[in-house]
Design a protein around this ligand. Structure first.
Ligand code: AMP
Ligand code: ZN
Length: 233
């Protein structure tokens, strides 16, 4: 706790630990891609509630059965359920040096829950990166997205296609489209974002925790911007 770990980047600045980072942004803003890479770089867990819920659906757990249809429609699953999942995950020992939250909190209720949880466990407060992306590119990013079911690599048929059509470059698995990346579900997800998640931007700005980065740039440029934010705060 509170230690500083030398960065692996050449410019010599350091990132303060623990890193309690929340990735905010519309669906398709690149939260998942960025969170995964930054988490790898810092050796802290990447915690994606969407991935955890998809995993529950695939395994057919009680939770999975409860949320399957909701997720396919693009709506948000109930706050209490997601909060319980996050509480359990953040209590794991690998979160001691911090974590990157991707897709949580997504409502004011969830943000209040997270504040309370971090306070009660004496963990300090979060830093929040808001990845801003134009609405037009969000649509292409989501409907063009394809994922590797084996290694989790993410491609896009418009912007970042795999070398061979529909096949993962890394392990040769057949790529899949998420059920909620269809046009109809994407419409619902964007409406849910506007209604439930967007108010968090103002909230975190007010708390002085928010930093915005331009998510329209290529992934490497966005990552560098996030790293700068982490080193500066
Ligand atoms: P994501 O992978 O983050 O885009 O999440 C996929 C879907 O999982 C969302 O459209 C919601 O149905 C559900 N989900 C993920 N995170 C949350 C959350 N924090 N609150 C409610 N629903 C969530
Ligand atoms: Zn793969």
């Amino acid at each position: 706790m509170g230690d500083e770990r030398p960065p692996e980047s050449p410019d010599g600045a350091v990132v303060k630990f623990p890193v309690l980072l929340v990735m905010l942004g519309a669906p398709g803003a690149g939260k998942g891609t960025q969170a995964r890479e930054i988490a790898n770089w810092l050796c802290v867990p990447h915690i994606s509630t969407g991935e955890m819920l998809r995993d529950a659906v695939e395994r057919g757990t009680v939770t999975g059965k409860r949320v399957r249809a909701i997720m396919e429609s693009g709506a948000l699953v109930p706050d209490d359920l997601v909060c319980t999942i996050v509480e359990q995950r953040l209590s794991q020992p690998d979160c001691e040096r911090g974590f990157i939250l991707d897709g949580f909190p997504r409502s004011v209720h969830q943000a209040l829950f997270l504040d309370g949880l971090l306070k009660s466990t004496h963990r300090g407060s979060v830093r929040v990166v808001n990845i801003r992306v134009d609405r037009d590119s969000v649509l292409k990013r989501l409907t063009g997205r394809r994922m590797c079911p084996k290694c989790g690599a993410i491609y896009n048929i418009y912007f970042n296609p795999p070398r061979r059509d529909s096949v993962c470059d890394l392990d040769g698995s057949s790529l899949v489209q998420r059920g909620d990346d269809t046009e109809e579900a994407v419409g619902t997800r964007l409406r849910e974002y506007e209604r439930q998640t967007k108010p968090l931007i103002e909230r975190y700005r007010h708390m002085g925790a928010l930093r915005a980065v331009d998510g329209n740039a290529d992934p490497k440029t966005v990552r560098e911007a996030i790293v700068r934010v982490l080193k500066a705060s």
